[in-house]
Design a protein around this ligand. Structure first.
Ligand SMILES: *Cc1c(COP(=O)(O)O)cnc(C)c1O
Length: 485
């Protein structure tokens, strides 16, 4: 099945799953309810649960199953469900308690597993946020004395978790420059006998540098042997939130674990927090299920439903994000107030060359399922752009703030990946609490602005950003004229 079809039609499969579990539940429910007396008293009527008729199961959209607990056939059934080893999905024996699995969550997880390409070879687990997905994954593997390798340009929350928790728990961490052609070698140099996690984030925030996942997987093979050959081989984790599986299927490129903050593009509407973890390793998923069951909890039913609803338009949204972003990036690159523009669709991107196999080409597959799709499906490069306005220090900082505040279509707000465009200025907003030195070391220049380009009409966005940049220039020219007069 093609990617586009998977993201739109999968709800049928999800629906079947839900129906199957509904039927199973209905079966046991009738069994157990038959046994129950019909509520006669007002108080018992209030306290009882009433269900729709069985025909309600024919709704095309998957049902939202709220509920913390499930009716059991008999005591043995309860014993069986408690006895089971943790796994990504429930089997035909049904659900027991929502902290270790529930139907709407599972339907959504299966849809994301399909998008990540592991519907038959692995599984996906859903968490209450991207951070929960990341920290659950790390906690499921790392213990005192273990070593992990991370890139410098890692999501702020991930970095904070490492500093505030992982280091205190006695985990050793090395940070390296994971981007570009040199990235895999830098990873290789950091690998040790006790390395358990090799962590990648691609494209990186905010400069959209690309990590060569195939290269990283190759150096891990070189040091520890191929996957499955040694229990000491570390897991390769990849946070692919910026690209989504529409562009980058991290598991196909050699990662063991693909992580998404579904709060962003997969959800796509700035109305939920969610995170997914997909893997082909049943050993990893088993450990992750334990963390979810005992520490972090699964994504709730309503947000699982909203996430599924968002995913159904992922394919068309990603295409439009990419088309719009390219035009905004071209305008930025040509604007006199802009020092530099970082966008993988521009020839100036450091990981791009005219070679077909360049890192950018590999990272942005644009929803294509096969080589032939290249003839019919347009190449796009995602919706994230970073650019730096001209000027030194405070001058750039003030200009960037004014540019952000002058926008009238693009919204001043953190986060990314939604249908509406968002802008943020890290130096004065998300990273204002970090020292200037640290900020600059991470590439966050005073004048750097990040735009998450939405799916509005393209010209509205290009004009909005251009008008704001023009206004800042005009205002400065007027001030200079007044000063000279
Ligand atoms: C937003 C984000 C996260 C964290 O996701 P939440 O859903 O906000 O917890 C992790 N990684 C990247 C790259 C992100 O953009």
């Amino acid at each position: 099945m093609t990617f586009a079809t998977r993201s739109r039609v999968i709800s049928n499969r999800a629906n079947k799953l839900a129906q199957r579990s509904a039927t199973a539940t209905v079966g046991s429910r009738q069994f157990s309810f038959d046994k129950h007396a019909k509520p006669e008293s007002f108080a018992t009527k209030c306290a009882s649960l009433y269900h729709p008729s069985e025909k309600a199961n024919r709704g095309l959209a998957p049902p939202v199953y709220f509920g913390s607990t499930y009716l059991l056939d008999d005591a043995d059934h309860g014993a069986r469900l408690h006895d089971k080893e943790e796994a990504a999905y429930t089997d035909d024996d049904g659900f027991v308690y929502s902290r270790w699995g529930s139907p709407t969550n599972e339907a959504c997880a299966k849809q994301i597993a399909a998008l990540e390409g592991v519907e038959d070879t692995g599984g996906t687990m859903l968490f209450g946020s991207g951070m929960s997905a990341i920290t659950s994954s790390l906690m499921s593997v790392l213990k005192t004395g273990d070593h992990a390798v991370f890139p410098y340009t890692v999501y702020g929350g991930t970095h904070e978790f490492l500093k505030e928790f992982a280091l205190n728990w006695g985990v050793e961490i090395d940070f390296i420059d994971g981007a570009g052609e040199q990235g895999p070698e830098n990873y290789k140099k950091a690998l040790r006998d006790n390395t358990r996690i090799v962590y990648c984030e691609t494209p990186a925030n905010p400069t959209c540098r690309i990590t060569d996942l195939e290269g990283v997987s190759r150096v891990v093979d070189e040091v520890y042997g191929e996957r499955g050959s040694s229990p000491n081989r570390p897991y390769i984790l990849c946070d692919g939130t910026f690209s989504t599986p529409y562009h980058t299927r991290a598991l196909e490129l050699g990662a063991d674990v693909a992580i998404q903050s579904c709060t962003k593009y997969l959800g796509g509407h700035s109305d939920i927090l969610a995170g997914s973890v997909s893997s082909t390793s049943s050993e990893f998923l088993h450990g992750l299920s334990k963390v979810q069951k005992l520490i972090t909890a699964p994504l709730n039913p309503m947000d699982s439903y909203l996430l599924m609803r968002g995913i159904r338009t992922l394919d068309v949204r990603m295409q439009r994000h990419g088309e719009n972003a390219l035009e905004v990036a071209k305008m930025l690159e040509a604007h006199p107030l802009v020092e530099s523009t970082f966008y993988p669709g521009l020839d100036s991107h450091p990981d791009k060359s005219d070679k077909d196999g360049c890192l950018v080409a590999k990272a942005f597959r644009s929803g294509r399922d096969s080589e032939e799709d290249k003839n019919i499906m347009k190449q796009t490069y995602g919706g994230m752009i970073a650019f730096i306005v001209k000027g030194d220090g405070d001058e750039a900082l003030m200009r960037a703030k004014k540019v952000c505040e002058g926008l009238r279509v693009v919204n001043l707000a953190v986060s990314l990946g939604s249908v509406e465009s968002l802008v943020e200025h890290p130096a004065s907003m998300t990273h204002a609490m970090i020292s200037r030195e640290e900020r600059l070391a991470g590439g966050l220049e005073d004048g750097l602005i990040r735009i998450s380009v939405g799916i509005e009409r393209c010209s509205d966005l290009v004009n909005d950003v251009k008008n704001s940049l023009d206004s800042v220039m005009e205002e400065e020219e007027q001030q200079q004229r007044r000063a000279a007069a």
